[in-house]
Design a binder for this molecule. Structure first.
Ligand code: NAD
Length: 289
């Protein structure tokens, strides 16, 4: 089977914009699709700005930035994905949204198209069931920020075939990521390991043992983490993080060690989702954080 030449990314939010940037920087013509025209324009501007910053810092040449920009197309028309070789879906972490997207893509794309989902915690096996041939869908899980984080988990659902895994591994290497193949278990590897990092920090904060700032500082200074659990929740998006915790918890049939903390839900109810809303556990509108 052929390799990947043309890529589409579904959803132009935190992850989708970053994934599209990675693809165009590595020479892949890419279509970035979203239902929200304004968000698409914002994502395109963000990607262009990040490329320009890389030129300023001397990390890439001006010519490379220009070439990358030329490879990005944005659209709100799903039918323009007809001729792509690989679709990476990075829409919100809601099963019904992903279901509707893959149902439509199943009819739009060729039977050779590879399908990948960037889901953090939903079942790959279940999502694969939304297309006619579930063997050609796998998880392709980037980490935030996608242009910087080297790891990609390639998640094999029960029906995913080896050819799909091999083609995704090959693509991951071509975009200079480090692929790790794992099976379709709740939270895969990283998000399962990371649950207590967030949950226990929320409990410590809510029990007034230490403040948000203190916990982050201790985890960085004493624990050697690049970011503390609250800074990381703000970066990821508190809604996205809560959705992941909920799914891991229910997928393990309510195992207590994965139980979400209600304070995280309160933050979502308050609309404080983190950096994307200019406020979460920290404020971003005014502060230099
Ligand atoms: N945020 C993270 O740190 C992170 C890390 C790894 C994986 N993920 C996963 O990546 C996916 C996207 O997360 P995100 O943080 O980028 O979300 P986000 O909320 O930042 O962006 C989602 C985007 O999808 C768009 N969208 C909504 N409905 C759509 C539809 N029907 N079709 C196409 N686009 C639609 C929205 O307009 C928005 O631009 C989720 O599955 C999430 O679990 C997130």
């Amino acid at each position: 089977m052929e390799g990947v030449n043309k890529v589409a990314v579904i959803g132009s939010g935190t992850m989708g914009a970053g994934i599209a940037q990675v693809a165009i920087q590595n020479g892949y013509s890419s279509i970035l699709y979203d239902i929200d025209q304004q968000q698409l324009a914002k994502a395109k501007a963000q990607v262009f700005k990040r490329l320009e910053r890389l030129v300023e810092k001397g990390r890439i040449l001006d010519e490379e930035s220009i070439q990358a920009k030329e490879k990005l197309m944005v659209t709100t028309d799903l039918k323009s994905l007809e001729k792509v070789d690989l679709v990476i879906e990075a829409a919100p972490e809601k099963l019904d949204i992903k279901k509707s997207i893959f149902h439509q893509l199943n009819d739009i794309c060729s039977p050779e198209t590879l399908f990948a989902t960037n889901t953090s915690s939903l079942s790959i096996t279940e999502i694969a069931g939304y297309i006619q041939d579930p063997s050609r869908l796998a998880g392709f899980h980037f980490f935030n920020p996608a242009p910087l984080m080297p790891l990609v988990e390639i998640v094999q659902g029960i029906s995913t075939n080896q050819d799909t895994i091999n083609r995704l591994k090959d693509f991951a290497e071509k975009i200079h990521k480090y692929p790790v193949v794992c099976q379709d278990t709740p939270g895969f590897i990283v998000n399962r390991v990371a649950r207590p990092f967030y949950n226990e920090a929320l409990r410590i904060m809510n029990d007034q043992v230490a403040s948000v700032e203190q916990i982050d500082r201790i985890m960085k200074k004493a624990g050697g983490f690049k970011m503390g659990p609250f800074e990381l929740q703000d970066l990821i998006g508190i809604d996205i993080n809560l959705a992941t915790t909920r799914t891991v918890y229910s997928s393990f049939y309510g195992e207590n060690r994965f139980r979400p903390h209600y304070y995280q839900e309160r933050m979502v109810q308050a609309g404080r989702l983190g950096r994307k809303t200019e406020g979460g556990f920290y404020d971003y509108a005014s502060a230099e954080h």
